[in-house]
Design a protein around this ligand. Structure first.
Ligand SMILES: Cc1cc2nc3c(=O)[nH]c(=O)nc-3n(C[C@H](O)[C@H](O)[C@H](O)COP(=O)(O)O)c2cc1C
Length: 315
């Protein structure tokens, strides 16, 4: 069984990925959040930095690109290849209206003809494996069944399927029945994605898809960074030193963002976006007031005090 870290733009950057592997483990492959180009085919430094080999220490990293233009596709894929990557993943899942309404991300699923054109061009120009990350459609599941007929023509290395429609964004329930129907229509290597957010939930989902052996964990490894390790260990228990591990992980993450960002405000905003998820690791009633104080901190000194208070009340 393979566990994959599903990319989250703004969260699973190289800092998070490196530290996640160092402190928690359990993930076999990390997918990097998408890279886009500007209109002049320029790749911004922030995207470049995220996948530079010298910044990344995880066992396996696969970069992702987002485009609906065959020249951009080839340009970004060649760049990733020049860095030594053997595979690039194509984002056909992003649901944000600014992306999908422009026919990219999940907005491309219903345009099987264009996907075909891009893949045909890409395979003629590139010497790198290509994988896909998609949804069940943007508005209707029939879109993914049509798209699969096209995808079946190409030697893709895998297809990750987030079992929702694009217009659901990240809400509503995943549609496992349709996921199972869809994968009957392909021999590609399939990775399941969507709502694996606890050990029990993983077991339930896995049972419903006996032929699937690769699972992508997105938000679940931020709200419970130990989740992949629990799944690999076949046990829902946290390690006895989980607070120490989380505390060291948190300190290193904070210190790396403090180097990257300037001013308490920006650092705290960044860390608080993680706390929207990390708070799930502290369900105890008395933890709530500390989490509230963390979120309200204006100065890093207050932020640190509140994090320490939280971690010491949970000992
Ligand atoms: C804030 C955020 C950013 C995301 N960024 C990406 C991305 O860059 N590329 C991608 O393929 N999916 C992205 N996703 C989707 C996740 O990888 C994943 O498919 C989705 O959250 C469902 O899986 P989960 O329920 O395990 O989180 C993002 C999701 C969120 C919530």
């Amino acid at each position: 069984m393979q566990l994959i870290s599903s990319p989250l733009q703004g969260f699973t950057d190289y800092r998070f990925r490196n530290l996640h592997q160092k402190y928690f483990g359990g993930i076999d492959v990390y997918y990097a959040p998408y890279i886009k180009v500007q209109s002049d085919l320029v790749i911004k430094n922030s995207y470049k930095n995220d996948i530079l080999p010298e910044n990344n220490s995880v066992y396996e990293l696969i970069p992702q690109l987002m485009t609906k233009d065959k020249y951009e596709f080839v340009h970004i894929a060649k760049y990733t290849k020049s860095l030594g990557y053997k595979e690039v993943n194509w984002n056909l899942g992003c649901p944000y209206p600014m992306v999908a309404k422009r026919g990219m991300g999940s907005g491309l699923i219903k345009n099987a003809e264009l996907v075909n054109e891009i893949l045909e061009f890409a395979y003629s120009k590139l010497d790198i494996s290509i994988s896909i990350k998609m949804r069940l459609g943007y508005e209707d599941v029939s879109e993914s069944f049509e798209l699969m007929k096209v995808l079946n023509k190409y030697p893709l290395s895998s297809i990750g399927i987030h079992a929702r429609l694009g217009n659901q964004m990240y809400k509503g329930s995943v549609n496992i029945q349709t996921f199972n129907e869809l994968i009957k229509n392909t021999h590609h290597n399939i990775m399941y994605n969507g709502d694996i957010n606890s050990y029990d939930n993983f077991l339930r989902i896995k049972e419903e898809m006996p032929s699937v052996s690769s699972f992508m964990l997105g938000r679940g490894i931020i709200s419970d960074p130990f989740l992949a390790r629990k799944i690999k260990n076949n046990s829902d228990t946290l390690p006895s030193n989980y607070l120490e591990l989380f505390s060291e992980f948190h300190s290193e993450l904070l210190s790396q963002y403090s180097e990257q960002l300037s001013g308490d405000k920006h650092i705290i905003i960044k860390m608080n976006s993680f706390w929207e998820y990390f708070k799930e690791l502290f369900p105890q009633q008395e933890a709530k007031k500390h989490v509230k104080k963390i979120k309200k901190s204006k100065l890093l000194s207050d932020y640190n005090t509140s994090v320490n208070d939280l971690l010491s009340t949970n000992k």
